[in-house]
Design a protein. Structure first.
Length: 218
């Protein structure tokens, strides 16, 4: 499957089709550097990051499993950070040419490009998905993974992001990982149906994976 064309000079070139390879960090993208970039960004904007440390491998495995059980097609990851969930999806069998990741912080987007060759990386605002991806994406995205801490946003901002997702992946809904004990979103107020698919205590803090789908899709 060919990657979705995007309207951004930040896009990486896709790798040749085949079995997904283990991510190969570049010279300046070691695990220590990625952790330091993440922590520095958390200091600058804690609400944007949501957590002081990247997501754990345990949480990543749950997200990857939820993606594998979902529809075929491209996988769109929003708020990829330094790529903890990206790496887990690659390890879990999602081919790099299927992955499109969107990250608003330029420094983090550059780390993603160097660390995960073959993955399409877009530096941009997830609320502008139709502009970032273009009409070519509609109908080709099977799963959306949202790592943006939506629980910290006002309802109108939550709705704006949901509308952007719906515009490029109509009817698909999205996976969302959260540290909340209960649903991080008021699903029905946002026109969604929510279901917790998995939970792990092996993340700091413990985390859940939720699947939200539009109510009119049921």
């Amino acid at each position: 499957m060919q990657p979705v064309p995007v309207r951004s000079h930040n896009r990486t070139e896709s790798a040749a089709a085949g079995a997904p390879a283990e991510p190969k960090p570049g010279r300046s993208s070691s695990a220590a550097e990625r952790a330091w970039v993440f922590f520095r960004r958390w200091l600058a904007n804690p609400l944007q990051m949501g957590s002081i440390i990247p997501s754990s491998a345990a949480l990543g495995k749950l997200v990857a499993a939820a993606v594998r059980s979902g529809p075929e097609g491209m996988v769109l990851e929003l708020g990829a950070g330094t790529g903890a969930i990206t790496a887990a999806m690659l390890r879990g069998g999602i081919a790099p040419e299927r992955l499109i990741v969107v990250e608003i912080v330029p420094e983090m987007a550059e780390v993603l490009r160097r660390t995960y060759p073959g993955v399409t990386v877009i530096c941009g605002d997830a609320w502008s998905l139709p502009q970032l991806l273009g009409l070519q994406a509609v109908g080709r995205i099977g799963s959306v993974v949202c790592g943006i801490p939506m629980v910290l946003l006002p309802q109108e901002r939550q709705q704006g992001l949901i509308d952007a997702i719906e515009a490029v992946a109509p009817g698909r809904g999205f996976l969302h990982f959260s540290y909340c004990i209960t649903s991080p979103l008021s699903a029905h107020k946002l026109g969604l149906q929510g279901q917790r698919e998995a939970w792990t205590p092996a993340n700091f803090p413990p985390a859940s994976v939720w699947r939200y789908t539009p109510l009119d899709a049921h």
